[in-house]
Design a protein around this ligand. Sequence first.
Ligand SMILES: *Cc1c(COP(=O)(O)O)cnc(C)c1O
Length: 453
Amino acid sequence: MTKTTLAVDAPSIPQTRHLATSVPGPRSNALHAERSAQVTSGFGVALPVFVARADGGIIEDVDGNRLIDFASGIAVTSLGASNKRVAQRVAAQLEAFIHTCFMVTEYEAFTQVCAWLNANTPGDFEKRTGLFTTGAEAVENAIKIARAATGRPNVLVFDEAYHGRSLLTMAMTAKVNPYKLNFGPLPAEIIRAASANPLRPAQGLPAGAAAALESVEATILEHGAETFAAMVIEPIQGEGGFIVPAVGFIPGLRKLADKYGIVLVIDEIQAGMGRTGTLFASEHEAVAGDLILTAKALANGVPLSAVTGRAELMNAPHAGGLGGTYAGNPLACEAALAVFEQFEDGSLLANASRIEEVAREILEPLRFSTDIVADVRGRGAMLAIEFADAGTLEPRADLAKEVSAACHGAGVITLTCGTHGNVVRLLPPLVIGEDLLRDGLAVLSQAITTAAK
Ligand SMILES: *Cc1c(COP(=O)(O)O)cnc(C)c1O
C-alpha cells in the first residue's frame, strides 16, 4: 500500500477518482456505437468506456473520467497497467527483436522465466516448465502432458469450475451460459465431481470437505480410477464465484490423486502470482500440484502462460509434441522477468494482505447492517460479496447487477461472477494506494446499503 510499495515505481496518473462526465461519457458512447458496427457481438463488456491511459489503481477514459480499477483486466495488471519496469524491459526487447519463435531459434529469457517458476512454485521436487500464450492453452497442454505421462484418457473437473473458453476448456468449465451455450458438441472424457462450496454444498451433501471428498472418490471409482489422467482444481474458484473450498478439500484431493495415480493439476491462473497474499494460492493449504498453471498476472498483461511441474511428467511428451508459434514470446518473457523482480522484496504480497484487511473492515459489517449480503469471502486481493435473500439463501443476481451498475456510475469498476451471477468480485491491482482503495470501497458499501433498502 502507500507505505509499503517499495518494489514498484510511483504510478504515472493521479491516483484519485474523478468524474468529468457521466459514465460512460459522450466520447465513449460514440466509440461504442462504432464498435458495435465493426466488432462481433459475441464479445460482452462489463463497462462500455474506452480507455485513454491506466496505471496504479486508476483507469482514465477518453472523456477524462478517472475510474477506480477493481478489476485489473481480470486479475492481470497486478503491478499497474503501465508498470514502468515491465514497460522498460519490454521496450528494450522491442529494440533487440520481437519474435523468433522458440521452436525455431532460442533466447535466454524463456529459460529464465522457466527457472523462476521451477524455483518458486510449491513442491520440493525437480521441475520443468513449458511456456504458452493464454490460460486456456496452459490448461490444454497440462491435459496433453498428463495423458502422455499416464496413458489414460479421463479428466476430472469440479462443480463451479472455470478453465477457459477453447473447445476443450469450455467443456471443463461448469457454467453453460455464456461459456458453452450453442457451442457443442463438447469433447468427451471430461467428468465432473462435487466441489466443497462452504455456503452452497453440492446437492444432497452436508457442508465441509469430508462429504465432498467422499463424493469425489465415488465419482472416480464409478468411472474407474485407472481411467483418469488428471484432476484439475482451482485453489480458489474464480468465475464460479470466488469460492474458497472448505478447509481440507484441496489436501484431500492431493491424497486421492496419490492413491489412484492421478496427476493433480492446480489451476492458479487467476489466484496465483501474489493475488491472495502468497505467491501461489495453494500455499495457504500447503499443497503442491504435480502440475501448476499460471497465466493472467504472470506477465502483467503481455500474453504469457505456463505449465510447471514434476520433471518426469513434463518430459513425458515426445519432442515437438508441445509448442506454439507465440509460445513464450520474448516480449512476454521480459515482462514476466520484470514482474518477478518486483515480487522480490515481499511488499507486493504484503499489499495483497493489507487490501484484504481494509476491505473486510469495510465490507464485513454489511452482513449485519443489511439482509442481502450472504457472504464476504476470498483471500488477499481476491475478494467477493455474494448477494442472496436472508434465510432462504435464494441467489439475487439482480442485486449484484444493481450494485455493480451503481459502482460503475460512481466511477468504480467492479465485475460480477458466480454460477448464479449473484457475486460482485474485487480484483484491485496489488499496487493500489490505501486512500484510493478506501474511496472505492466506500462507493461499493454505499451502493450495497442503497440496494438493501
Ligand atoms: C482466466 C482463466 C482461465 C483461462 O485463461 P485465458 O487466458 O482467458 O484463456 C483458466 N483458468 C482460470 C482459473 C482462469 O481464471
